[in-house]
Write a protein that binds this ligand. Structure first.
Ligand code: URA
Length: 259
């Protein structure tokens, strides 16, 4: 297999190599294949507010809309954000606002924590090392990255990649919620504890949230490990794969054909 056609399969192979699986067999085949987002807000009492654990408002009904309508609705949200100064992250060295990436009609949406250095430079979520792993996870699910929608709890990079402060996440989340309502995914995957906390309005251990379905804005929500965590602790990739299999089952997805 050559060129573009080989890329999804290579990503799938890369992901399984990361999982420690190196030998691939064609069913009935003879030999194993060679193998892997203001200071003014900061001055308000809200800035001192503790983590807002009230469930996020909603869910809003999602009207069936065409791809161009949803793309236009997403653009309207981006325009509302503007050159945002609503929270302190606007003054913390941000280069680009990282809005979101992917299909406006995606059945599956991934939500991370916040942009890192690569994302801040490019204005696109998950384009660094963690993004490469996320791409491989998506490919292993039998999907192209362009088929899903990817966004973060905050759209500006927290300095030194720290966890977003509650005032930052709670200020920014209105835009993420609007994105979710426009795209109307069947399934949302919360990548890591920050995404899970703000999407579900509960602060619980990742372990207690994984392996079961939650509800968010009319979508089913699954919780899994953040790809950056998986890069630090690859031994958890098999557990993450279990979470993705649960999502695949819900969406009727099969891993891409081998060979
Ligand atoms: N980590 C995240 O949570 N989001 C990104 O976009 C990149 C890294």
């Amino acid at each position: 297999m050559r060129g573009e056609a080989a890329q999804p399969v290579q990503a799938w192979v890369d992901y399984f190599r990361d999982l420690g699986i190196h030998d691939f067999y064609r069913p009935g085949g003879p030999a194993p294949l060679a193998g892997d987002e203001a200071l003014e807000a900061a001055a308000t009492p809200a800035a001192m507010a503790p983590l807002d654990l009230a469930p996020l408002p909603g869910p809003a009904p999602v009207p069936a809309a065409s791809m161009p309508d949803r793309a236009a609705a997403l653009l309207a949200i981006r325009n509302d954000i503007g050159d945002c100064t609503r929270c302190p992250l606007a003054y913390a060295g941000r280069r680009k606002i990282v809005f979101g990436d992917g299909s406006p009609t995606a059945r599956l949406m991934f939500v991370g924590e916040g942009p890192g250095a690569d994302e801040d430079a490019q204005g696109v979520p998950f384009v660094g090392k963690a993004g490469q792993l996320l791409n491989n996870m998506i490919a292993a699910m039998g999907l192209a990255r362009a088929e899903v929608y990817i966004a973060n709890i905050v759209k500006c990079r927290p300095p030194n990649n720290r966890v977003p402060e509650p005032v930052e996440a709670n200020t920014c989340s209105q835009f993420l919620l609007r994105q979710i309502d426009v795209v109307g995914p069947e399934v949302i995957v919360a990548l890591g504890a920050t995404a899970a906390t703000y999407l579900l309005g509960v602060k619980q251990s990742l372990g207690s949230l994984r392996g079961r379905w939650h509800a968010c804005r009319g979508a089913k929500l699954a919780v899994t490990y953040h790809p950056a965590f998986l890069l630090r602790d690859p031994s958890q990739k098999a557990e993450a794969w279990k979470d993705l299999r649960m999502v695949m089952g819900e969406l009727g997805l099969k891993p891409p054909a081998r060979g």
